[in-house]
Ligand binder design. Structure first.
Ligand SMILES: Nc1ncnc2c1ncn2[C@@H]1O[C@H](COP(=O)(O)OP(=O)(O)OP(=O)(O)O)[C@@H](O)[C@H]1O
Ligand SMILES: [Mg+2]
Length: 327
């Protein structure tokens, strides 16, 4: 099996347990998609590794990827994105806190310096939506951090929505007082900011739940803990109405050349059967364990061919060649 149905998707997210191959698969998929469309790979993992994987410094600004036309990448630093957001909306936020709380200026500054739970994930999605709206790219491939973070990322629209509701409630009290004293109250910049954030939440939710536009692809390896974590991930995605259609099973040993491989393959077979029985309704893309790490464009291209093998009839020869050198 190969990854399929991504040609018309705008947003493709890769997620799973730590170290299972999310970053490698996300970049390899980005390389494939960039052949037809301008593609941006976005890392939302605070422990970014796309620079290491690509052997090219990426960082917090969109960078073209050397050696691959139509492909760029960015490693979002959520703290920085939040700082920029606060700077941009400093006036509205401060005036809101000033009118809706009893905090003085110093307390407000301290409060704004505190980190807000899940703000990393919220900021990541606000950034992703802003890229999509600017329309600079046709496709966005997201390399997420291990499962917990990915789930918070998916739940971030709901969290942001709850945060907006609390703020609106606080504002409503302030509004009520103003209208009691002055007889009227006009919409201000904070209302506009809240309205725009609310629109962003709706856009993110609509995009994530629209299987014609977006897709979440779990990456798993044939080991018990990874399988359990994938189960939790897929059922959590279901609760957010994000339907999983296909998954990648990575690091599968093909050779039985030595006693270690034989043993390892035997243990993997048990888990491969488990994966098969749990996910018989999903398209399962099996990727063999490479003899070395997957870093640099050449190796990422080998992974790409394996991931999209069925779609690349002319590269079948390559697949055969690679299969021979794989463990
Ligand atoms: N099929 C494979 N064969 C051999 N090595 C692999 C394979 N897939 C990934 N790797 C290697 O395994 C390591 C982890 O891969 P990767 O960084 O893609 O995983 P990850 O899920 O993104 O990890 P993290 O959770 O830390 O972000 C890397 O060194 C990568 O080169
Ligand atoms: Mg990674």
């Amino acid at each position: 099996m190969a990854l399929s149905g991504l040609a018309n998707k705008e947003l493709i997210l890769f997620g799973g347990k730590g170290g299972v191959g999310k970053t490698s698969c996300a970049i390899a998929a980005g390389i494939e998609l960039s052949k037809a469309s301008k593609t941006l790979i976005i890392s939302t993992d605070p422990a970014h590794s796309i620079s290491d994987c690509l052997e090219q410094k990426i960082g917090n600004r969109i960078q073209p990827i050397q050696g691959v036309e139509n492909l760029s990448a960015i490693e979002i630093i959520a703290d920085e994105a939040f700082r920029e957001f606060k700077e941009e909306h400093d006036k509205e936020i401060k005036s809101f806190l000033d009118t809706s709380t009893n905090l003085d200026d110093e307390d407000i500054d301290i409060l704004l310096d505190l980190s807000i739970p899940c703000i990393d994930e919220i900021m990541s999605f606000i950034k992703i939506i802003s890229y999509i709206e600017k329309g600079m790219f046709k496709k966005y491939v997201v390399d997420t951090a291990p499962t917990g973070h990915a789930l918070r990322l998916i739940s971030s629209p709901k969290l942001l929505d709850q945060l907006i509701k609390v703020i609106v409630k606080m504002r409503w009290k302030y509004r009520y007082m103003i209208s009691r004293f002055s007889g009227s109250s006009q919409q201000d910049d904070m209302d506009t900011l809240l309205l725009n954030l609310k629109k962003t939440v709706k856009k993110i939710e609509r995009l994530l739940c629209d299987s014609a536009r977006s897709e979440f692809i779990p990456v798993c390896i044939p080991e018990s803990m990874a399988i359990l974590e994938t189960k939790r991930l897929i059922s959590a995605l279901n609760t957010y109405n994000v339907k999983v259609r296909q998954m990648i099973v990575n690091n599968v040993i093909e050779s039985e050349g030595c006693s270690f491989c034989k043993e390892k393959k035997k243990s993997q077979l048990k888990y491969m059967e488990q994966i098969g029985s749990y996910y018989n309704d999903l398209n399962r893309v099996v990727i063999p364990l490479f003899p070395s790490e997957i870093t640099g464009i050449e190796k990422l291209n080998q992974l790409r061919i394996l991931l999209f093998a069925n779609m690349l009839a002319d590269e079948k020869g390559n697949r055969m060649m690679m299969a021979n050198m794989i463990i």
